[in-house]
Design a protein around this ligand. Structure first.
Ligand code: SF4
Length: 344
């Protein structure tokens, strides 16, 4: 039976970590009875680090005019995608800062070019980027997504959600979109037949009620549209960020596993839940497979955003297959839509 917000809050206060893990594992087993845990070979491509939002948890962005700012050339993008395909990759996760001058036509041309040159899934442009493109191009969210979709965009990543509670957002990302705007982009994408993922960056100074508020918005939207393929929670990395001056302690392994388990139990309508090695390392990620996770994410041929905030974990395909096998699961490569049937 579905748990309420009050029950979720009680679980956050519970010290029965193993009990929570077993409950989440039971639900995972029902949703994924085959004993498979998945991973993907893909690449993060950050096409630009110029950004106008100045989020306090971000060590990646550079203000306009900064000498370390870049927009990747088309040749560089092609090289990166070719390398991904050569390594057995099926998709790219392409995101960037909110560039104030790149309008919809620039993205349409980019998508068309990449699709013409490569057989690759484009999982790209988070909700804040979509909102930015719509705003500077003077068109609606729906027009923006529909035009991008027609040009080759396959699905939208869940980044930019952080904690979907405006009190938190106001503190950590004052200029960035409100919770309702993030939800609106995903609702619109789902209605246009596009699948998206949902994320949560926790441990950034929010309280537990605010964490539950985040989960409630996701569960409600999923009830309405069914468009989320997966939920990916990760913990805030504080190094090199201005927020790190205020949030002094990073999430512990126990807090990560507890949160993962509660998310699995609460989000009973989202099929896949990812356990993260990027912020927690391979060992905690592996434990997460017994705390509700059924996916370990990507080998991440390239990761720039979290690594600049201090996460220095790395993994090869064989590392991921080994931790999956050793946790008692069958490892299977998946694609960006969490499908494993045509691979392996
Ligand atoms: S998190 Fe995204 S929107 Fe915020 S400053 Fe970094 S790149 Fe910009």
């Amino acid at each position: 039976m579905r748990i309420t917000d009050e029950q979720a809050l009680d679980m956050f206060h519970s010290d029965d970590l193993i009990g929570l893990g077993m409950e989440a594992d039971g639900l995972r087993r029902k949703l994924h009875p085959g004993g498979v845990a998945s991973y993907i070979i893909d690449r993060n491509i950050n096409y630009t680090n110029f950004c106008t939002e100045y989020c306090s948890f971000c060590a990646f962005y550079r203000p306009m005019g900064h000498k370390e700012g870049y927009v990747l050339s088309r040749e560089t993008l092609h090289e990166k995608i070719q390398e991904t395909i050569d390594l057995g990759g099926t998709g790219v996760l392409m995101q960037g800062g909110l560039h104030p001058h790149l309008k919809i036509e620039w993205y349409e041309e980019l998508m068309r070019d990449l699709k013409q040159n490569f057989k690759i899934h484009l999982h790209a442009l988070s909700a804040p980027e979509i909102l930015n493109i719509a705003e500077i191009s003077g068109i609606t969210i729906e027009q923006t997504i529909a035009r991008l979709q027609a040009s080759g965009l396959d699905s939208i990543p869940g980044a930019g959600a952080e904690i979907l509670d405006d009190e938190v957002r106001y503190k950590i990302a004052r200029l960035k979109c409100r919770s309702s705007e993030w939800i609106d982009v995903h609702r619109t994408a789902h209605k246009l037949g596009m699948r998206t993922t949902a994320t949560m960056m926790f441990g950034c100074g929010e309280n537990l009620q605010q964490r539950v508020n985040h989960l409630r918005l996701l569960r409600e939207l999923q009830d309405e549209t069914g468009g989320f393929t997966a939920f990916i929670p990760w913990s805030f990395q504080r190094e090199n960020t201005s927020l790190g001056r205020f949030v002094k302690e990073e999430t512990t392994s126990v807090e990560f596993l507890r949160t993962l388990a509660i998310c699995r139990i609460y989000l009973d309508n989202i099929l896949n839940v990812q356990t993260s090695w990027v912020t927690q390392g391979l060992k905690v990620c592996q434990l997460g497979l017994r705390f509700g996770g059924n996916d370990v994410g990507s080998i991440m041929i390239e990761e720039n955003v979290v690594s600049q905030a201090g996460a220095r974990n790395q993994a090869t395909e064989e590392d991921l297959r080994r931790i999956i096998r050793d946790a008692g699961f069958v490892p299977k490569q998946r694609d960006s839509l969490y499908r494993t049937y045509f691979l392996n």
